[in-house]
Design a protein around this ligand. Structure first.
Ligand SMILES: [Ca+2]
Ligand SMILES: [Ca+2]
Ligand SMILES: [Ca+2]
Length: 130
């Protein structure tokens, strides 16, 4: 249960309420795949895609509410991302969601989270217990 909540935080970087479930800061460190201190959109989306694989227990390429272990807030997040309304969240639907956390912390809007921006994001996540 806790793992699923942590993962959904990484998937959508949804809200402080979910971030306080923890683990998001550690996932942020893992997102920097080439360890250059910056997180690009490609790295961020690769992390979201990996989290999708992690959550897709039956490997059918879509996430349903049962796989999200649905607390109400998470189901709401699912329905928001389920753009065709079929009750399943595909990888395409997930990755087509704007990465709100990424956008929020990309202070200079250059599409890359530089070390200072990553630090700000990490600090914010830690402030919520991540
Ligand atoms: Ca990087
Ligand atoms: Ca869908
Ligand atoms: Ca930036």
């Amino acid at each position: 249960m806790k793992a699923a909540i942590t993962s959904i935080v990484v998937l959508a970087w949804v809200s402080p309420a979910l971030a306080q479930q923890g683990g998001a800061a550690a996932n942020l460190a893992r997102a920097d795949a080439n360890h250059d201190g910056e997180i690009t959109r490609a790295e961020f989306d690769a992390m979201r895609s990996a989290e999708f694989d992690h959550l897709d227990l039956n490997r059918d390429g879509s996430l349903v509410a049962a796989e999200l272990q649905g607390a109400g807030r998470m189901r709401g997040q699912l329905s928001h991302a389920d753009t065709n309304g079929d009750g399943r969240l595909t990888r395409t639907e997930l990755l087509s969601q704007p990465p709100r956390g990424f956008i929020r912390f990309d202070a200079n809007h250059n599409g890359v989270l530089e070390p200072s921006e990553v630090s700000a994001m990490r600090a914010a996540l830690r402030a919520f217990g991540g």
